[in-house]
Write a protein that binds this ligand. Structure first.
Ligand SMILES: *[C@@H]1O[C@H](CO)[C@@H](O)[C@H](O)[C@H]1NC(C)=O
Ligand SMILES: *[C@@H]1O[C@H](CO)[C@@H](O)[C@H](O)[C@H]1NC(C)=O
Length: 470
């Protein structure tokens, strides 16, 4: 102990270089003989400092590092070993030795030499695949957040339980401007590849927030990526009916938490039209829902104002679906809200009146500056109370600088941080379903920022859904 301390002092005072000798009671020890740790064997003096020597000595002192004595070191040295053999057994050449020694000795000695001189990477056995079973950021088939997959629509899997389902709705023939959202689900999955977990910001950093302790990717719940619902690109009526039946099939699974009655579904759009079918299925399971609609557009447009008028077929689209949701009774018309609105009305006075009839109150994009986040959160919580809530996030609620890959961009929106901060602030609401829509990968940047934002929104949905079951 005392001598080791001396060793440390020597190192500190002389600032010795890699490989220097230290005295201890058992004789000289070479620092580079300490058991390989970290990157010593590869990079050694490239990164060594006097502090790292000191650290190693501390580990050695605590018995956490083995130090090879000179003799042991030499025992592993092929040249030394051969010399010893040649001296002691009087063989004049190595091959003479090989010929005369037993094969066992040869194997042991070869092995020792190999251990000393082999490449520093320790490769597993050629037939060992145990480390290839991991589903990590690059391994396995891609699902959202690397959650498990099974075909949730196949009657053969009806008995499998689902608490939260994530499902893709690849549909974009209800869009009025830029198409491409049919590729949204895959892009969102791709952006989720790196994975998430517990974070310092979930729960908005409030110390007594249950949400701050949630890790959606490590729970006992059954969270399943159901894949995409096949939606035909040839007829919107059939496509939307396929979506409805797909959502319904998922809702018909049992959850592991039976008190919840039915799985909660997170749908990845697709253009915003898809929300109508998600709402229909949710309404059939949970009754009238309070919709929190994060969007730059009202989307309650009367079809007479937007799209419709010539054929009935034209009347259902991504700007009118909330009109139909209200008309068909899916919405609790005393508790719905728009958040982040800023896009122009088409027929201002009528649109505002009709929007109220559909059950919506409005928090505009600029209310973030006018009243602030906490007030927004308070107003939302007060309005929805304990009612079943469905959150629909049109990614165009974000400013185009944060989400350029979308169907109908509007400037002056929230940042990703502001959006996530509002959603996470809703801890405690009864969130039964959610979606994120209008992610159009062909218009995204090549760093996928729009998809990445959508991925984070889903991560926040998961937090809100899971925290209710803790
Ligand atoms: C998952 O949670 C368990 C228990 O809560 C914990 O012991 C474990 O370390 C967690 N795993 C990861 C990867 O965070
Ligand atoms: C609608 O929401 C309000 C506010 O949360 C709630 O009091 C009411 O019971 C809900 N109505 C229905 C039909 O669910």
């Amino acid at each position: 102990m005392k001598l080791l301390t001396t060793g440390i002092n020597i190192i500190l005072s002389l600032n010795l270089v890699y490989g220097s000798w230290i005295d201890d009671e058992n004789g000289a020890v070479k620092i580079d003989q300490v058991e390989e740790s970290f990157i010593d064997s590869i990079y050694g003096d490239l990164v060594q400092t006097s502090e790292s020597y000191e650290y190693k000595l501390k580990l050695y002192n605590e018995g956490k590092l083995k130090v090879y004595k000179e003799e042991e070191y030499k025992e592993n040295d092929l040249e030394f070993m051969l010399n010893q053999l040649l001296e002691s057994q009087e063989y004049s050449t190595f091959s003479e030795y090989l010929e005369s020694s037993s094969s066992v000795n040869y194997a042991i000695n070869s092995h020792n030499a190999f251990r000393k001189y082999k490449s520093k990477a320790n490769y597993p056995d050629d037939d060992d695949t145990s480390d290839l079973l991991t589903i990590d950021k690059f391994g396995g088939i891609l699902t959202f957040g690397h959650f498990k997959y099974f075909n949730c629509f196949n009657p053969k899997s009806n008995s499998k339980k689902i608490d939260i389902a994530i499902v893709g709705a690849p549909f974009d023939t209800g869009v009025s401007f830029r198409p491409g959202a049919r590729f949204g689900p895959e892009a969102i999955r791709q952006a989720s590849r790196r994975g998430f977990g517990r974070t310092p910001v979930r729960g908005n950093g409030k110390p007594n927030s249950k949400l701050s302790k949630v890790d959606p990717y490590n729970t006992s719940l059954s969270i399943i990526d159901c894949g995409n619902i096949p939606m035909t690109p040839y007829d919107n009526r059939i496509a939307l009916n396929q979506l409805y039946r797909g959502e319904r099939a998922i809702h018909n699974h049992e959850p592991t938490i039976s008190a919840n009655g039915s799985p909660k579904i997170i749908t990845m759009g697709g253009d915003h039209t898809i929300t109508l079918m998600a709402l229909k299925s949710a309404y059939e399971k949970y009754g009238k829902v309070s919709v929190l609609h994060f969007d730059s557009h009202i989307d309650t447009w009367n079809p007479k104002i937007l799209g419709g008028g010539i054929t009935n077929y034209m009347s259902l689209n991504h700007g009118t679906f909330l009109h139909y949701a209200a008309e068909n009774g899916y919405l609790n018309t005393s508790s719905c809200m728009h958040l982040g609105l800023r896009a122009p009305y088409i027929s201002a006075e009528y649109d505002i009146k009709h929007d109220h009839e559909c059950g919506f109150e409005t928090i505009t994009a600029r209310d973030f500056d006018n009243v602030g986040r906490d007030e927004i959160i308070e107003r939302v919580k007060e309005r929805v109370g304990n009612s079943p809530v469905y959150i629909s996030v049109d990614i165009d609620v974000l400013d185009p600088s944060n989400a350029p890959g979308t169907g109908t961009m509007e400037v002056g929106g929230w940042t990703t941080r502001e959006l996530l901060s509002v959603i996470d602030g809703l801890e405690g609401i009864n969130l039964i379903g959610a979606d994120v829509v209008e992610v159009s990968p062909p218009f995204d940047t090549n760093s996928e920022i729009t998809s990445l934002a959508a991925t984070a929104v889903i991560d926040s949905f998961l937090g809100l859904m899971i925290v209710q079951d803790l």
